[in-house]
Structures are given as structure tokens and as C-alpha cells.
Design a protein around this ligand. Structure first.
Ligand SMILES: *[C@@H]1O[C@H](CO)[C@@H](O)[C@H](O)[C@H]1NC(C)=O
Ligand SMILES: *[C@@H]1O[C@H](CO)[C@@H](O)[C@H](O)[C@H]1NC(C)=O
Ligand SMILES: *[C@@H]1O[C@H](CO)[C@@H](O)[C@H](O)[C@H]1NC(C)=O
Ligand SMILES: *[C@@H]1O[C@H](CO)[C@@H](O)[C@H](O)[C@H]1NC(C)=O
Ligand SMILES: CC(=O)N[C@H]1CO[C@H](CO)[C@@H](O)[C@@H]1O
Length: 343
């Protein structure tokens, strides 16, 4: 389909607004490189370095430098997930596991898009701040199917932290960049939901917003090989609350569209659990769409009762344990977040 001229010029205007990288590098939005490269080797042009870039000026840090340091550190993990998939699998690996013959090509293209995100985020960090480099990452997939399951979860989770980062951004340009990136992540998960899993690609009228993006980013540190990050990297995430992580307990699959059913949580690390005060009320807070629902949390059994009002089967729910209904501050969160995809 041909686009009307005015829309085409609006789109090329957007592309021109992308900050200038090194002179010879492909520019995201001005080059097909970040969509069309199909090599097995890293999709990083020579000048996009995996190493941290130290500050070259002493001025004041950019208003959103910390935000983009956090996001770039997360992006290294996501990019690496796709690069590992491109290296490990091929077209027949996915076909043999029962997936469409376009799967490997799509994974390669998403890998290229993620390389473009690296370039975009590197360019957003001012020369007065360190640009974080790559660590080594290990993911818990074992075969083509479990790889694609994790792919879907990573993409749907990215919506929840990108909307959270928009709440923290100072510059309007940063907000627009984050929205543009989240629209692309959303297309990635639309593809996998529809083509790979034959599910509805929709998330209801609004995706889920969760205000404490650094808490979701912290869950990605599980994939970092211990002590593999460059020493010069800034702390990640920043801030870091090192919260106990949640998972669904053995009875946790109680569907959220059954008000009154028991929702069972468990702690990922039995040695890192919240310290609850006797006699105090705690809450399991479920963020869904633009709203949140607070359920009294039984600290003894780590369970709560499913509330009314969660739209069944659509999008994601982000659960946290909080010491205050509605988890109104980052400090009120005592465990989580746990991102659950509704199917
Ligand atoms: C995919 O990889 C397998 C195992 O390495 C190999 O046997 C097969 O020929 C490859 N298929 C294609 C289409 O390259
Ligand atoms: C891929 O699969 C589609 C149907 O699912 C088929 O029409 C097409 O020929 C296949 N392409 C290749 C290259 O095998
Ligand atoms: C952001 O946009 C708002 C609304 O257009 C405008 O009032 C404000 O000055 C902008 N802020 C910056 C930092 O450009
Ligand atoms: C959760 O919802 C309550 C009531 O609508 C609201 O006051 C509170 O700010 C919300 N929590 C967050 C973290 O947005
Ligand atoms: C500034 C810089 O390092 N530029 C290099 C970018 O990469 C090309 C080749 O990929 C080199 O020729 C440039 O010198």
C-alpha cells in the first residue's frame, strides 16, 4: 500500500530526529540494516561496541541518562537472547519442532531490531555518563519450543517496563522514543502470539502499566552470568531494591477469571523472603491495564483470593506483595514483581 505523501514526510522527519551516531554506522530508521541483516554473527556494526564507553566530557549528566543506562543494560540482555537464538537454531530447527517455516527469519529480524535499539539507546546517553557494555547472559531454554515461550514472555514483559520508564522520563523526546520502541516490542509479541501460538494477539483496551520499572528490570539480572559484567558498567538496575522474587506456587494456576479462587505465590529463593511483622495487613496487588487490584495477602500460606474485575485471558498481570493497598510507592513493595501472561 502507498502511504499518503504527508504521512511519508512525517515519518522521514521522525527518522531524521534520531540522534547522530558515528559517521559510517548504519543509522536506525535510515538504513535497512536493522531489519535485513541475516548473518549468524553479531548484528553489531563495527563501531557499536560491546564494551562500556567511558564519559568523554565532565559536564552535567543528561536528564534521562540513568533511564537510558538502565534500558541499555536491559537491552544487552534482550539482544543477546535473540543473538543466541540466531546462533543456536536454524530454519529446520523450528520447522522440526512444529513451528512455521518463517520463524527463524522472524527471530533474525527481531535480533536486528534489537541491535537497532542498542544503537538508539547508546546515542541517548550523554558524553558525561558511562554507556554500559554487554555482560554474558544465560537463559533457561532447552529447545526451540521453550526458546519461543521465553521469547513471548520477554516481549510482553517489555511493555510493562517501558510504560513505567515513560512515567520517569524527563525529556519529551525520551517519552516519544520509549513509546516508539514499545510499539515495536508490541509487534514482536503480536507476531509470536498469533503466528507461533495461534492465540489472540490482543491485550484488551490497554496494556498493563507498572510504575516501578527498575523492579521489573531487576528480574532480568537472573539471566546475567555472575561477575561477567564489565567493571566500568554503572550499577544495574539503578536504583536496586534487591526484592525477593515471586513465582506462581503449585496451586498458582488458579485462573484469574474465577473470582474467589485461591492464588498461590511462592518465593523463588527460599533464603530471600520478605520480613513480615506479626499482626500487620499485607496485600497482593495485581496491576492490570491501567488499574490495580489489592487482595489481602495471607503471609502464612503466601496466598490471596482472586478479586473481581480482572479482564479474563487478555494481556498480562503484574503481581507484587506490598505493605499498603495499591502499592503507592516503590518502597511499599516487599516482593516481586511477577509478570504473568494471561492465556
Ligand atoms: C540446521 O542445523 C542442523 C543441525 O546443526 C543441520 O543438520 C541442518 O542441516 C541445518 N538446516 C539448515 C536448513 O541449515
Ligand atoms: C512455508 O510454509 C508454507 C505453508 O505453511 C508453504 O506454502 C511454503 O511453501 C513454505 N516455504 C518453504 C520455503 O518451505
Ligand atoms: C514537553 O511538552 C510539553 C507539552 O507540549 C511542553 O509544555 C514542555 O515545554 C515540553 N518540555 C520540554 C522539556 O520540552
Ligand atoms: C493503585 O490504584 C489506587 C486506586 O486506584 C491508586 O491510588 C494507586 O496510586 C495505584 N497504585 C499505583 C502504584 O499506581
Ligand atoms: C570512529 C570509528 O571508529 N569509525 C569506524 C567505524 O567502522 C568503520 C568500518 O566498519 C571504520 O572504517 C571506521 O573507522
Amino acid at each position: 500500500m502507498l502511504l499518503p505523501i504527508s504521512l511519508v514526510s512525517a515519518l522521514s522527519g521522525l527518522a531524521l530526529a534520531v540522534p547522530v551516531l558515528q559517521e559510517c554506522d548504519p543509522q536506525p530508521g535510515e538504513s535497512s540494516y536493522y531489519s535485513d541483516y541475516r548473518g549468524k554473527a553479531d548484528a553489531l556494526p563495527a563501531n557499536i561496541t560491546k564494551a562500556p564507553i567511558l564519559p568523554t566530557t565532565k559536564g552535567k549528566a543528561g536528564a534521562d541518562d540513568v533511564l537510558f543506562q538502565n534500558l541499555l543494560s536491559a537491552e544487552w540482555a534482550i539482544y543477546s537472547f535473540y543473538q543466541q537464538g540466531v546462533e543456536r537454531f536454524n530454519t529446520s530447527a523450528f520447522v522440526d519442532a512444529g513451528f512455521p517455516n518463517t520463524t527463524y527469519d522472524r527471530i533474525s529480524e527481531i535480533r536486528d531490531n534489537e541491535a537497532g535499539h542498542l544503537a538508539i539507546f547508546q546515542a541517548q546517553i550523554s558524553s558525561s555518563s558511562t554507556t554500559p557494555g554487554a555482560c554474558q547472559y544465560e537463559y533457561p531454554y532447552t529447545d526451540a519450543a521453550s526458546y519461543l515461550e521465553l521469547q513471548t514472555l520477554l516481549e510482553v514483559s517489555s511493555m510493562a517496563f517501558l510504560t513505567g520508564l515513560i512515567l520517569q522520563a524527563s525529556l519529551n523526546a525520551s517519552k516519544a522514543a520509549l513509546l516508539a520502541i514499545s510499539a515495536v516490542e508490541s509487534r514482536h509479541n503480536t507476531w509470536s502470539l498469533l503466528d507461533i501460538w495461534h492465540r489472540s494477539p490482543f491485550a484488551g483496551p490497554a496494556d498493563t502499566t507498572f510504575p516501578y520499572a527498575h523492579q521489573i528490570l531487576e528480574t532480568t539480572t537472573l539471566f546475567i552470568v555472575p561477575r561477567s559484567c564489565p567493571a566500568a558498567n554503572p550499577a544495574y538496575p539503578n536504583p536496586s531494591q534487591k526484592l525477593p522474587q515471586l513465582q506462581l506456587g503449585s496451586k498458582g494456576s488458579a485462573s484469574l477469571d474465577q473470582p474467589g479462587a485461591v492464588l498461590q505465590m511462592a518465593y523463588l529463593d527460599p533464603h530471600n523472603v520478605p520480613r513480615f511483622q506479626p499482626g500487620r495487613q499485607y496485600w497482593l496487588v495485581a496491576f492490570h491495564g491501567l488499574a490495580n487490584h489489592s487482595m489481602p495477602f495471607d503471609v502464612g500460606t503466601a496466598s490471596a483470593v482472586v478479586p473481581e474485575g480482572i479482564e479474563p485471558h487478555k494481556g498480562i498481570v503484574v503481581f507484587v506483595v506490598a505493605d499498603c493497598a495499591g502499592a503507592p510507592t516503590a518502597r511499599s513493595v516487599l516482593a516481586g514483581p511477577l509478570v504473568v501472561r494471561l492465556v
